[in-house]
Design a binder for this molecule. Structure first.
Ligand code: DX5
Ligand code: ZN
Length: 220
């Protein structure tokens, strides 16, 4: 499946000293979504950015802000990320005591809901919620850092989820995140992913030619 593939560049690999300019460049280069990795040094061992930064970036583009929350507990920050301008808010099931409560909280703020599965997290964690959400994010690296190696073992999970959503005729984004490059992008797409997140490939390959790298990921 190579039609209607969306590319969601992760700004984790951007130059943080000129983040605004990087967002404008991604917009011009044809990104579909802007993937914002939020880390708290608790749920994952790294710390990145919070709602204040997102709020400042929001006026620079109309692209969808695809906000991946790697924070725990997550509920108390949903309002701040919604107000800051997130369009999709994705959380990890392990970061909340009640998945339904978190889903409803995100919906209350009229945002799209995503749930993310770490490489070792089972589909069973989210099976009951698939009809209530807009996006499933399959992590193909352990969350926490950009530039890690793609874990091919998650492909079977991606295929299993794709099968479930096809059987149930559910329309949602199936996103893969971590270590995506020009070699494995086709494997991910063939397994059912329609949104590819990429940080280091988009910002570092071909001397940082964002447009070329976005198109190569979309088409390869
Ligand atoms: C990892 C993040 C990813 C990742 C993407 O915790 O969720 O978005 O850093 O970057 P690359 O493409 O470099 O793996
Ligand atoms: Zn991410």
């Amino acid at each position: 499946m190579t039609s209607s593939i969306k590319i969601s560049p992760s700004i984790l690999s951007a130059d943080f000293s000129k983040l605004g300019q990087e967002i404008i460049s991604l917009d011009k280069a044809g990104a579909d979504y802007i993937h914002v990795d939020v880390m708290d040094g608790h749920f994952v061992p790294n710390i990145t950015i919070g709602p204040e930064v997102i709020k400042k970036l929001r006026p620079l583009t109309k692209k969808v802000f695809d906000v991946h929350l790697m924070i725990s507990p997550v509920d108390k920050y949903i309002e701040a990320f919604s107000d800051a301008g997130a369009d999709i808010i994705t959380f990890h099931p392990e970061a909340t005591e009640n998945i339904d409560v978190t889903i409803n909280l995100i919906k209350k703020h009229k945002k799209k809901v995503g749930i993310s599965l770490k490489p070792k997290s089972s589909i069973n964690l989210i099976k009951d919620y698939i009809t209530k959400i807009d996006l499933i994010l399959i992590m193909s690296v352990e969350p926490g850092f950009g530039g890690q190696k793609f874990m091919p073992e998650v492909i079977d999970k991606l295929k299993d989820i794709k099968k479930i959503i096809s059987e149930k005729k559910i329309k949602l984004d199936l996103e893969i995140d971590g270590g995506i490059n020009f070699k494995n992008s086709k494997i991910a797409k063939d397994a059912g992913a329609n949104v590819l997140v990429s940080g280091s490939t988009i910002f570092n390959e071909n001397s940082g030619d964002l447009k070329k790298n976005i198109n190569l990921l979309r088409e390869s």
